[in-house]
Design a protein around this ligand. Structure first.
Ligand SMILES: Nc1ncnc2c1ncn2[C@@H]1O[C@H](COP(=O)(O)OP(=O)(O)OP(=O)(O)O)[C@@H](O)[C@H]1O
Length: 265
């Protein structure tokens, strides 16, 4: 597995909304082929940071570079090209309710490519299979699917353009424990099979302990810890202490914490 090249670089980002400063010099690097998590308490600016990576928001200062392209001052043409390189799974699936699952998956293929209807149908079928859904799901509407199926359908849509990067906003939230672990396994499988890089916002300790390669902790307008679980656990920042070193976590994940040999845990 190649986990060398930096595919996303965030450098000294400052983000303000009116008088509120959300980021005040946020920097991090995400490498090719890794599963990278953004952690932090509610309101820490995780979603805003992800939106800045996918050009839905612009920071007040600092630089974001994605796949070698600086987003500051990027031309319309380059921005459109870059948008094809990523897929995004928003927190609540965000499928179009008036379209079937197949039509939802087809949206970007229609918008960004000139491929024939027959080929689009083939691609849609292959994406539905890729995320582990049954072929007939393509003709159903979002309202006819369970929460877990909606997540998978939204993932199929995010993968429609065969992106290099996959952004996931709390992918396992709202899923039951079995569904959440199955979804984690799917993310790993897709990363391995497709060679993509995965960036996810998560609060899910099971995901963090089992599938995440590296992570960044956002707090106090900064990245207060970044790296592998082992690196992050060395931090004594109050968020890290509360999130990873509380009694419940220590008991439930004793093995993983022991493997990472953290002092005072
Ligand atoms: N478009 C916007 N306009 C004004 N304020 C915003 C906007 N987007 C986000 N904010 C503010 O920025 C802060 C960070 O929001 P963000 O959604 O990034 O938090 P988060 O870390 O993702 O939280 P959560 O875990 O609750 O989703 C919040 O105070 C939010 O109200």
């Amino acid at each position: 597995m190649n986990q060398g090249n930096v595919v996303i670089e965030v450098k000294d980002i400052v983000t303000r909304f009116g008088p509120r400063t959300v980021h005040d010099g946020v920097s991090l690097q995400i490498r090719e082929n890794e599963i990278f998590a953004i952690l932090g308490e509610s309101g820490a600016g995780k979603s805003v940071l992800m939106k800045e990576m996918i050009m839905l928001l612009e920071p007040n200062a600092g630089e974001v570079t994605v796949l070698g392209k600086r987003l500051n001052g990027i031309s319309y043409r380059e921005a459109q090209q870059l948008r094809r390189e990523w897929g995004v799974l928003f927190q609540f699936g965000a499928l179009y309710s008036s379209m079937t699952i197949a039509e939802n998956i087809e949206v970007q293929l229609k918008e960004y490519t000139k491929i024939s209807k027959e080929m689009r149908d083939k691609l849609v079928r292959s994406k539905i299979a890729l995320v582990g859904l049954d072929e007939h799901v393509g003709s159903l509407y979002p309202a006819e699917l369970s929460g877990g199926m909606i997540k998978r359908a939204a993932l199929a849509r995010a993968l429609a353009m065969e992106p290099k990067l996959l952004f996931l906003d709390e992918p396992t939230s709202g899923l039951d424990p079995v569904g959440a672990r199955n979804f984690d396994a799917l993310i790993v499988e897709l990363r391995d099979m497709l060679g993509i890089t995965v960036v996810m916002i998560t609060h899910d300790l099971d995901s963090i302990f089992s599938i995440v390669d590296r992570m960044a902790i956002l707090a106090d307008q900064h990245v207060v810890a970044e790296g592998t679980l082992k690196n992050v656990l060395q931090s004594q920042h109050p968020f890290v202490e509360d999130f990873f070193k509380n009694e419940y976590t220590k008991e439930k994940y004793m093995d993983r914490l022991d493997q990472n040999r953290v002092k005072d845990v």
